[in-house]
Design a protein around this ligand. Sequence first.
Ligand code: 13P
Ligand code: 13P
Ligand code: MG
Ligand code: MG
Length: 379
Amino acid sequence: MGKITISVIKADIGSLAGHHIAHPDTMAAASRVLAEAKSKGVIIDFYVTHVGDDIQLIMTHGKGENSPEIHGLAWEAFKAAANVARDLGLYAAGQDLLSEAFSGNVRGLGPGVAEMEIEERPSEPIITFHADKTEPGAFNLPLYKVFADPFNTAGLVIDPRMHDGFRFQILDVYEGKAVTLNAPEELYDILALIGTPARYVIKRIYRKDGLLAAVVSSERLNLIAGKYIGKDDPVAIVRAQHGLPAVGEVLEPFSFPHLVAGWMRGSHHGPLMPVGMKDAKCTRFDGPPRIIALGWQVKNGRLVGPADLFADPAFDEARRLAQQIADYMRRHGPFMPHRLGPEEMEYTTLPQVLERLADRFEKVEEAPKGVHKERSKML
Ligand code: 13P
Ligand code: 13P
Ligand code: MG
Ligand code: MG
């Protein structure tokens, strides 16, 4: 067996009852397209699922990352699903398919993509994470803990194969530039960047010997489209065990439902709630933001599984805490920091309000010299 590639490609092509949940008929339409491709040998294996209103295509194949054939297949599957969504009158049908034309790669067209080409180990445990009502930077905090925090990952201290640490490739999504930083040597620099998750996103993590351990989708739809469309509900692939963090170490950070950007109208901070598949739907205030974790063994490209990893009472307390945080945050109503800051408000009337009130603002004092013009434009 040569190298195999795992491609997780997701899109919101419309959903049932608002932005709540993908309709089974749309997933069936996507599955039919992938089943045919599997029967022709284009892909080795696949699994179609959803979290909230996002359809998730998990595929294995031998064609490498960014393969036009695989991206074209995903595009075809999403288009078939979107046609069903339109037939059923689902909400925001075709939401994430920003273009009619496919030109060899789905990046930049709306769907989110996480792909890794790997040399399969004799036993290859992999976790795919799928989140709704949040953004790619939501993975910054948990992945930092998994690969750089010995209070989370015992193996960083105990396992000689991990003791040298990991390399983090961090993407500046505003500038389209990436920097690679070493853990543990440059921990504080890593944190200085990834503490701003709207802009700096962990893209890939490598073990120091070069082994690729994790990859995150980094598409930011609104930055691509230039206006609010939906959140860039992210996916990630993480390899585990045998010289990498154990499955339990990879899941451990999600016992803390940290605050992420997204939720209602893509414009609010809320807790990221780990849930099993049966709860992978967004209700309260279109949320709270949710994440599922699917456990796989990949064997000769075959997807063995999934195990529904958060469907476990061990995460009940995290869910309960998430509910309490949701209550607490909701009571702020339209106030920051529940509502996102002005630079991140994606579904906003603020510019119109400011424009309408512009004439009614009267000068009462000199503006302090230190306040930058651009900054004072934001409310
Ligand atoms: P609509 O104006 O399409 O109802 O958008 C609101 C919304 O669902 C965003 O969360
Ligand atoms: P999605 O990004 O999941 O479509 O959610 C849109 C939204 O505005 C929910 O309130
Ligand atoms: Mg939606
Ligand atoms: Mg969504």
